[in-house]
Design a protein around this ligand. Structure first.
Ligand code: SAH
Ligand code: AVI
Length: 348
């Protein structure tokens, strides 16, 4: 069997550490599975999700190269107000955030294309602070391409990328820095975690910070369900393609035989849980095999598979949760409709 591609994408970043074309300004650590045995361990969450009723899959499997690309297309859709709204908040307040935080090293969870992060990088640069930037993402292709581009755009920026899950990256040793740390988790990606996972991750983030360090959290807020449902059922079908691409990623990664045309995208708002639920429905009774995981899965006709939740937050409840993990909110930034919140917290 060929060696397992250590990246969650279908290309690039191999090996545990890559010194990039940027010389000593770029380092990329890859924490993903490097052997077949590790790949099987890596797929344990897929086995669990597909053998438990109702079926579900972890949303991190959206993000191979194509999935990251499709997500970028989603951010530009007229219905997907999230990115536009958070961008406007960052545009208006990045300078104030940089002033409050001061010189720091910036670690970003789920950095993707780092497009919105550039508002922060610009603000820190304008304030005269040089910065080390640590993007963390499971999508190795996107992370590496973004890091290379950032080196060109920011000639004094040092980038130390980590290809891996939030969990692995937060416990991964990094070179020490004389500056306070700012952990950014924007885009409302926290909303893709179930409440218990969310609490665990917030506690883990808090544990990696020293008193006085900062945490910047971007979250989507509760609003009219019609607006929410449209954002996840766009008229061009990009979200549907993004959702179904998860099956194609699993086919590649675990040698599966999902037939994409036999499944269908569905997104609905569940007001009781304040979350949009994104499903992949099986259009017929069928059996799917994932060879690499020694897994055979039966689907009934119309059986749903939950591929993602996208939680919508209330600022007061979230602030309480942050306080409970020693990350009190020091300032909330929002847009004119209060659709999105950017919370700056400081470790107590
Ligand atoms: N922050 C960007 C991208 C958000 S998309 C923005 O706001 O536009 C979510 C990003 O998180 C993707 O790039 C995806 O690859 C990454 N991601 C998803 N689950 C992850 C996990 N468990 N660990 C690390 N990265 C993850
Ligand atoms: C990355 N995350 C915050 C997106 C969201 O809105 O929950 C993922 C997404 N799923 C469908 N569209 C966008």
């Amino acid at each position: 069997m060929p060696p397992f591609n250590p990246s969650a994408t279908r290309s690039q970043v191999t090996g545990s550490q890559v010194q990039g074309a940027g010389g000593d300004r770029l380092t990329i650590d890859c924490l993903l599975a490097a052997t077949t045995a590790e790949a099987q361990e890596d797929g344990a969450d897929v086995v669990m999700g597909l053998t438990t009723q109702p079926k579900s899959l972890p949303p991190k499997y959206f993000y191979d190269d194509l999935g990251s690309d499709l997500f970028e297309q989603i951010t530009a859709l007229p219905e997907y107000y999230l990115t536009r709204t958070e961008t406007a908040i960052l545009q208006a307040y990045a300078a104030e955030i940089a002033g409050l935080v001061g010189p720091c090293e910036l670690l970003e969870l789920g950095s993707g294309s780092s497009t919105k992060t550039r508002y922060l990088l610009n603000a820190f640069r304008q304030a005269g602070y040089s910065l080390r930037y640590i993007p963390v993402d499971v999508s190795g292709g996107m992370l590496e391409a973004t890091a290379q581009q950032l080196l060109i755009e920011y000639p004094s920026l040092v980038v130390h990328g980590v290809v891996g899950t939030y969990d692995a990256a937060l416990s991964h040793p990094l070179p020490t820095s004389p500056y306070p740390r700012l952990i950014a988790f924007i885009g409302s990606t926290l909303g893709n975690l179930a409440p218990v996972e969310c609490q665990t991750l917030l506690a883990q983030i808090s544990a990696t910070l020293q008193p006085g360090d900062y945490f910047l959290l971007g979250v989507d807020l509760e609003k009219d369900p019609t607006v929410l449902e449209l954002a996840y059922n766009d008229s061009q079908g990009v979200t549907a393609a993004f959702n179904l691409n998860m099956l194609s990623h699993l086919n590649w990664r675990f040698h599966g035989n999902f037939q994409l045309h036999q499944f269908q995208h569905r997104a609905v708002y569940n007001p009781a849980a304040s979350q949009v639920e994104i499903y992949i429905d099986s259009l017929q009774a069928q059996t799917v095999t994932l060879q690499r995981l020694n897994l055979v899965v039966n689907f009934a006709q119309d059986e749903p598979l939950l591929s993602e939740i996208s939680r919508k937050f209330k600022l007061s409840t979230l602030s309480e949760e942050l306080k409970a993990v020693n990350l009190p909110v020091i300032k909330v930034f929002t847009d004119k409709n209060a659709w999105f919140g950017l919370l700056l917290c400081q470790k107590a």
